[in-house]
Design a protein around this ligand. Structure first.
Ligand SMILES: [Zn+2]
Length: 168
């Protein structure tokens, strides 16, 4: 048994997010809201693996991911795998998949886009043009975004929260 496998199976119950793009673990934790969890978490950053040069890994006790969180992870790390653990055993292992269209999760930064209209705001919707490297297009204004240009809806919420705290 390889050392990596041993590390993964150590968790009693919960979720292991493996094969995360190196350097993305903390970004994923913040975006998915998992960073605010009070459950035990183990985070490995720049872990060496035989398959890929370096990767990140997140293990969280007693937490199972929802559909939105899985989509957020797929956008940031299309090669990530999610393992569900019960009694130290992997009961389900799945690869994340990027949806063909991404709704609500990402903000369109074009101020003239209808999704930013104050009168009749509508949910954002992006077409996935390419998965890796990621390229998405707003269905309303046609603006194209690369991964590093994307702003997530949850990111904006976190920033608002921080601002509120500072003001207090
Ligand atoms: Zn737009």
């Amino acid at each position: 048994m390889s050392e990596n496998k041993l590390k993964i199976e150590k968790i009693r119950k919960g979720t292991v997010i493996d094969h995360i793009e190196a350097g993305y673990a903390l970004i994923i934790l913040n975006l998915t809201g998992l960073a605010e969890s009070t459950n035990l978490m183990t985070i490995g950053v720049n872990v060496s693996s035989r398959k890929i040069p370096k990767k990140d890994i997140i293990k969280i006790e007693n937490v199972f991911l929802n559909e939105v969180q899985m989509q957020q992870i797929s956008i940031l790390s299309p090669d990530a795998t999610i393992s569900l653990i019960e009694d130290y055993q992997v009961i389900e292992k799945k690869k994340v998949t990027i949806p063909k269209t991404i709704t609500k999760l990402i903000i369109c930064q074009n101020i003239t886009c209808i999704t930013n209209s104050h009168k009749e705001p509508i949910d954002t919707e992006f077409l996935v043009l390419e998965e890796k490297p990621l390229k998405i297009q707003c269905v309303y204004c046609d603006r194209i975004y690369k991964l590093e240009e994307i702003i997530f809806t949850s990111q904006e919420k976190i920033e608002k929260k921080i601002k509120q705290r500072i003001q207090l």
